[in-house]
Design a protein around this ligand. Sequence first.
Ligand code: SAM
Length: 462
Amino acid sequence: MDTPFATTDWQPTRPPEPGDIDSTDRLPALISTLAAQTKAIYRHPYDPQCWLQRAKTLTELRYPELAVGDAHKALLLCRALLARLGEGRWKPGYRMGFWMREDDCDGVGEKTGESQDEDEGVAERERRITDLQSEAWGVGVGNLCKFPAAEEGRYSLRRYPWMRAEHRVRGDALLALLNEEFAARTSLRGRRSPLCEVRRHAFGLSGADGRDSHDVLGVFALEDLPDGAFLMVDRSKTWGCIGPGLGGSVVNLRGGEGCANPLHPNMPSDDAADDLRWVRGRAGVKKVRLFSLEADFAIPVAWLQHLGIDVFANPDYNTWVLFEIKARENNNSWSDPLHHCVSPLFSLFNHSCEPNVTWNTGKDCIALGIALQRDVKAGEQLFVFYDQYVEDQSLEARRESMWRWLEDDCRCSRCVREAEIEAARSSVEWGGGGVDGSGGGDEKGSSDWDTAEKPVFPEDLW
Ligand SMILES: C[S@@+](CC[C@H](N)C(=O)[O-])C[C@H]1O[C@@H](n2cnc3c(N)ncnc32)[C@H](O)[C@@H]1O
């Protein structure tokens, strides 16, 4: 964010809305401003004004979730400043990153045009910070929706253009390492050669958005494999909740306290037979998602501070980083009634609504067993089903369910096939020329369809 990015990389997370001012012409200027404001935050991380200014720029650039994050930080700083203003002879220092005693401040700090703190009285200072606080609140609220919940906003998953290349694109060296791991895990007992490998351009040369798909990875069979063949055991879990523990033990990732996922029954007292994933399916995840002021900012920020992390001065914990981690966790985690984990090797399998691979959780709640569920030819891509609850449902219902994991419509062979059939059907219904039926030239869409002989009325004879 501290370096300007190419305007072509800009993919806002809020789609344009009626009444928006077209900012295309101002885009280069907005991008430079964003970089300059980010650098100002590095220099003055406790100045609420810096966070507020960047929140405004992020609003114009249509990143509501990030604007709310910055506005929230401006609010926190204002609150902290106001809380201490009443503490007698202390006042915030220049740019507010430190506190000084009123009687110690003569000659301390730079007395520049910007350092109003030096001269103003407590009442004036309070008014200035309160105004700033109201403005930050207004910017935050402006980026939230009023419905269904006042403290939620809408955004779509889009790649942040300022992300560094090494975090955005996986290089060939990493791919080689991944394939070493696949080779080690997928050799059948008594054999040394790997059964599958990771390749680029998993869904063809260009992505759904027309961009290069160099970094879209997938797992491909290296030889003909029969239905039922055991492919691999993935023990590479790097993160997750492993449920209530085995044999009634309460030892899990959070010391037996359970997982933060409200739909996840992971306490010993929870009835694991009640698989609550169907609730998730019905609650749905829309293409345009909701973010929550409480769950996505207030709680994570408070938690990070509790861990001793300076969320203002340490850019590693910026709001966009939290959203990026959330998106990756969403896209890559697997869950069953008891567990919710990310397993790096398994997460390289793409989804298909007609999969050729199935998976099962091991008894240790960590290992995943991966096996074929039909014959596969060498070179075929290996797919799993991300949400088997929707296997028998319509294209539309499956697409909606898949938005939880995919940024765009599912590109599996079944969805592509059904979408083509649907498109062909609606083109026949509308005469192949769009909804006004004017184009095409077939019977319904052509201009000479009305050739039937007409009745002759008395007035026609005049
Ligand atoms: C668990 S990862 C699978 C590996 C991923 N392709 C990669 O390059 O790391 C899930 C992501 O893969 C892509 N993906 C998987 N299945 C897909 C499908 N059927 N249609 C479109 N994209 C898919 C989406 O970008 C999704 O967010």
